[in-house]
Ligand binder design. Structure first.
Ligand SMILES: Cc1ncc(C[n+]2csc(CCOP(=O)(O)OP(=O)(O)O)c2C)c(N)n1
Ligand SMILES: CC(=O)[C@@H](O)[C@H](O)COP(=O)(O)O
Ligand SMILES: [Mg+2]
Length: 637
């Protein structure tokens, strides 16, 4: 049943919001919270973060003249209340659905989204860019970046603050401190923020000093002004932010509009340079199942609003993540040199399972992928076997470290790459499209892709045993194909693929989990009289040149199939074929890969179909190469 939201119903645009008396805003916030809960109960998505910024969202849009004032949400997963208030309430129940609203802020979606997000810690940099552009244009609008305590653990945030502080740009940073990342936060910054928050409420002390100064006759004002300075000095006495050139205000109760509104107005009207407002909130605020959950309902499936019970689909097979984690534990229990590194994603990578049994050998470094990679390189340089587990999309953040600190030095860092390929509801910002392209081009790198969960177990064992240099293994989000799991992983021969089905005319060479589609396509091709070989390459580097040369020599058509962008596996095979002259004999070759565009969110299987990487897509590719009419066997041709 939809929530009763009489005030929210009135707020058809922000001019109505700003016409409300301040006394009505707490009620509006409650209605906005109820609407957010109801909407996400129907779509699933990121809930806890948004619930934590309901009051802040109302206050920001009330005090600032958005969209002229630029409001940037870091990560953007907390933006659902913002989207409801900024003209998208009618579509909020399409959130993360096919052709629906993005689950993050998105420029093309609304003028109220001045910057897209999803990867963390970009908001201050983007905000500073907007502030400098404003100053160059001679405009006077405000720029506000809202960044979480977790996102504040990433180096990029400090690069931006360092630059903003030195430029003394008029910029407002709101630190949304809910003492949570996805998991409980880690790092010295988290402890520092806790210390700042543990003192008395800064605002009341500072505010009192200011009011005193204004109320007294002039001779006493100087004295009282010194009191304010004292208050300021005492509470801000060199906070880290002030050392970086920011005026620090806080901590302020982020759920108390009576505190928030005067602080935001005061900063809006008086700030001349960079200001950081430290706002304290509660992730999952106002929804008991979220408040009581360990992860504060960071990311949820559809759920029952009354009970909070999530409707998680029954798994038919173990997830790739769990197979990775369980296999790594098996290997780590046999080899004390095996350690693991995560960048604030212990649950997502499965390393939380290893933390439970081998806590001293799992390191959560916070949202700090660049540091994670070089930290792992340091471990490897001392003889350890680090598994640096970072999602494909987030590994992009540490790429220079992969090249400069790992590859060039040939250090044996292992990269288990989860969420490889298309990920579904998180859309283009989280797609794991590029890791094969950006790793297989690196000299000395070994690059693997698991075709199924059994192969993944073998590849973890192979990575554990391989100490000659860097090695990566990629696998997709979600559950495996349901194949029987070997008790232990077998160490694979580096650079050796495997033929899964022998044929004579068509060869399908798969890299990753498209193998299942290749085998199904081969059955249909056989039925059409086209004898088909299917091989699992297993390695994009080093390539199995014996296998590739044989396939090229013995078949009329060779099709490579991968869940990655151009520049990946297929490109490497094509280059090898060209270099060895295999193309000179008229071989018909095709590279099937992700399209050269960003795909919006949908169910992964639909996204692969749209990418042409389904069974029908493989059949169409083969028939096109043969110059034959595929409609004879493909209905949707
Ligand atoms: C570069 C990068 N690494 C990892 C993630 C995954 N991630 C999404 S939200 C999040 C935690 C963010 O914590 P915080 O900034 O405190 O926001 P909160 O959820 O607490 O509101 C993480 C690690 C990401 N989005 N970007
Ligand atoms: C917002 C964010 O970046 C993470 O919460 C991400 O959405 C997690 O992805 P998975 O759900 O695939 O673990
Ligand atoms: Mg947080």
């Amino acid at each position: 049943m939809k929530p009763h939201t009489p005030l929210l119903d009135l707020v058809t645009d922000l001019s109505v919001l700003r016409s409300l008396p301040e006394a009505d805003l707490p009620q509006l916030a409650e209605e906005l919270r109820a609407e957010t809960i109801d909407a996400v109960s129907q779509t699933g998505g990121h809930l806890g973060a948004g619930l934590g910024v309901v009051e802040l969202t109302v206050a920001l849009h009330y005090v600032f003249s958005t969209p002229d004032d630029r409001l940037i949400w870091d990560v953007g997963h907390q933006c659902y209340p913002h989207k409801i208030l900024t003209g998208r309430r009618d579509r909020i129940r399409t959130l993360r659905q096919p052709a629906g609203l993005s689950g993050f802020t998105k420029r093309s979606e609304s003028e109220f989204d001045p910057f897209g997000a999803a990867h963390s810690s970009t908001s201050i940099s983007a905000g500073l860019g907007m502030a400098v552009a404003r100053d160059l244009d001679g405009r006077r609008n405000n720029v506000i970046a809202v960044i979480g305590d977790g996102a504040m653990s990433a180096g990029m945030a400090y690069e931006a603050m360092n630059n903003a502080g030195s430029m003394n740009s008029r910029l407002i940073v709101i630190l949304n401190d809910n003492d949570m990342s996805i998991a409980p936060p880690v790092g010295a910054m988290s402890a520092y923020l806790a210390k700042l928050v543990s003192g008395p409420t800064y605002k009341s002390l500072r505010d009192a000093a200011k009011h005193i100064a204004r109320a007294l006759p002039r001779p006493l004002q100087e004295k009282a002004a010194r009191a304010e300075e004292y208050a300021r000095g005492f509470w801000t006495g060199g906070t880290l932010f002030e050392e970086l050139g920011f005026y620090y205000v806080g901590p302020v109760d982020g759920h108390n509009l009576e505190h928030l509104l005067p602080v935001l107005k005061n900063v809006r009207d008086t700030h001349q340079g960079p200001v950081l407002i430290h706002v304290v909130t509660q992730k999952g605020k106002g929804y008991a199942p979220a408040e009581g959950a360990k992860d504060k309902y960071h990311g949820v499936a559809k759920f029952d609003v009354i009970t909070g019970k999530q409707a998680k689909p029954k798994a038919n097979a173990p997830s790739y993540t769990s197979v990775f984690a369980q296999t790594l534990i098996q290997e780590a229990e046999r080899d004390e040199k095996i350690v693991a590194v995560t960048a604030a994603m212990p649950e997502g990578t499965g390393l939380d399972l290893m933390q439970q049994v081998l806590p001293a050998r799992v390191f959560d470094v916070g949202i700090a992928e660049q540091h994670a990679v070089t930290f792992a390189a340091g471990l490897a340089s001392e003889g350890y076997k680090p598994f640096c587990a970072i999602y494909s999309t987030f590994l992009q953040r540490g790429y220079d470290q992969v090249v400069h600190d790992v590859a060039i030095q040939g250090l044996p860092v292992r990269f288990p790459i989860d969420r490889a390929g298309l990920v579904g509801a998180d859309g283009p910002t989280h797609a794991g499209s590029f890791d094969t392209a950006f790793l297989a081009c690196l000299p000395g790198f070994v690059v693997m892709a698991a075709a199924d969960e059994a192969e993944l177990r073998h590849m973890v064992a192979t990575a554990a045993a391989y100490d000659e240099g860097p090695i990566s293994l990629r696998y997709p989000r979600g559950e495996g194909v349901g194949i029987e799991l070997p008790e232990r992983g077998q160490v694979l021969e580096i650079g050796r693929g495997v033929v899964r089905k022998e044929g004579t005319k068509i060869a399908l060479l798969s890299f990753g989990t498209r193998l299942a589609e290749c085998l199904k396509a081969a059955d249909e091709l056989e039925a059409a009289g086209l004898s088909t070989t299917v091989a699992d390459a297993r390695f994009a580097k080093p390539l199995d040149m014996d296998l590739i040369a044989r396939l090229a020599r013995e078949h009329e058509v060779l099709v490579m199939v991968e869940e990655g962008s151009i520049g990946g596996f297929g490109s490497h095979v094509l280059t090898a074929l060209a270099d060895t002259g295999a193309l000179d004999r008229g071989l018909k070759v095709r590279c099937m890969r992700l399209p050269d565009r960003y795909q919006d969110q949908d169910r992964p299987e639909q996204m692969y179909k749209d990418a042409g990487l389904s069974v029908d897509g493989i059949l169409k590719t083969v028939f096109e190469a043969l110059g034959r009419d595929v409609s004879t066997i493909v209905r949707s041709a």
